[in-house]
Design a binder for this molecule. Structure first.
Ligand SMILES: NC(=O)c1ccc[n+]([C@@H]2O[C@H](COP(=O)([O-])OP(=O)(O)OC[C@H]3O[C@@H](n4cnc5c(N)ncnc54)[C@H](OP(=O)(O)O)[C@@H]3O)[C@@H](O)[C@H]2O)c1
Length: 337
């Protein structure tokens, strides 16, 4: 008889309440794959968007979840440097391709749709996508890192080229990715200016080292304050819309803007400051295997992710409702006993 496991599955879109805890056959490690016994998983807005039907090409039924950490349970045919029992964290970026500069659009996809993801007791993934868990991190902390940490790392370093002593503006610091950007910026010896709609989140950001924190809701003229605080070398933004337009006003001549999302829709930008100030705008999404390895290295040197709340696997729908409320600061995690 095939062994079964619990998995949080989506059979039809309709928001987090559409998620069901099912019993399904345990996956097996195919050639070039490993089977991971998951101990923790973490939520991203991508998972929420999938449940809401707001993601392209949704295939169901599917086990959602991109982020996870656990132990190697079994190894499929083919070479693998690790061993059964190793504690690992999973890179959810599948099929990036051979070019570190950009993913291969023919093969790139993210764990947790269409391929079954991490909100389950076991997941089978390509062996190239598992990395040793940084020893000092708990399983919950390790599971919190992958998707947001990878996106943040590539945005700020690989694409944004942030250097020690520079100033970065992080718009909407309450976002899951933005919190990692703040952690990385301070770890790299940069000065960080942050904005948020919430004073409470700004206080949390200051506790993590933010040098200047401004509420963009109560201070609509926030861009003036940023400009008066000195040159901004890099802006990292995912809100788009009006915020991106203002980013062009505040960035210094020769500065950079890295964009990883468009929460508030498309932006109409002024072209004059773009070409007159020789500004570089870079788009970025997820990250290459090289980015993932370099990102994880930071967490082997004392960095810790910020956790908001830990739910049980069975409470995945409630955890996703919590994510949808936008009250969180840091990652929402599922413990998998
Ligand atoms: N390209 C990729 O690989 C990738 C990966 C992950 C996420 N994303 C995208 O990046 C975006 C953020 O995702 P997330 O999960 O990190 O964040 P999130 O947790 O959904 O939070 C979104 C954040 O946007 C901020 N925001 C909203 N309106 C804003 C405005 N007018 N000005 C400044 N900030 C504003 C809010 O900041 P405050 O709460 O502080 O106000 C909020 O925390 C989403 O669009 C997501 O789809 C892209």
């Amino acid at each position: 008889m095939t062994a079964e496991m619990e998995a949080v599955r989506l059979h039809e879109t309709g928001g987090p309440q559409s998620l069901r805890v099912d019993r399904i056959p345990m996956p097996a490690a195919g050639e070039g794959e490993v089977l991971v016994r998951l101990r923790a998983a973490a939520l991203n807005h991508r998972d929420l968007f999938i449940t809401q039907g707001l993601y392209p090409n949704i295939r169901m039924p599917v086990t959602v979840g991109a982020d996870g950490a656990g132990e190697i349970e079994a190894v499929g045919a083919g070479s693998f440097e690790g061993a059964v029992g190793d504690e690992v964290v999973i890179d959810p970026m599948l099929g990036w391709g051979d070019d570190p500069r950009v993913w291969d659009t023919a093969t790139a996809n993210i764990l947790g749709m269409p391929r079954d993801g991490t909100f389950a007791r076991y997941v089978a993934v390509p062996s190239a996508n598992v990395y040793r868990k940084p020893e000092q991190l708990s399983m919950e902390e390790a599971a919190a890192i992958p998707l947001a940490g990878l996106t943040a790392y590539r945005a700020i370093f690989t694409r944004g080229a942030l250097a020690r002593g520079e100033t970065v503006l992080i718009t909407g610091v309450g976002g899951g990715v933005a919190t990692f950007i703040l952690l990385f910026a301070k770890h790299a010896g940069a000065r960080a200016i942050v904005t948020s709609s919430s004073d409470e989140k700004l206080e949390r950001a200051k506790a993590l080292g933010a040098d200047l924190a401004i509420n963009y809701k109560t201070t609509p003229e926030w861009a003036k304050i940023v400009r008066s605080a000195g040159p901004v070398d890099l802006v990292v933004d995912s809100s788009g819309g009006e915020t991106l337009r203002k980013a062009l006003d505040v960035v210094r001549p020769g500065g950079r803007i890295a964009i990883y999302g468009g929460t508030n829709g498309d932006a109409t930008i002024k072209l004059f400051p773009l070409f007159w100030k020789h500004v570089t705008i870079s788009g970025t999404s997820m990250g290459s295997p090289q980015d993932f390895a370099a990102m994880l290295e930071r967490f082997s040197k004392g960095l810790r992710p910020v956790l908001d709340r830990v739910f049980s696997l069975q409470d995945a729908a409630a955890a996703m409702q919590h994510l949808a409320s936008a009250d969180q600061f840091g990652k929402v995690v599922l413990r998998i006993d």
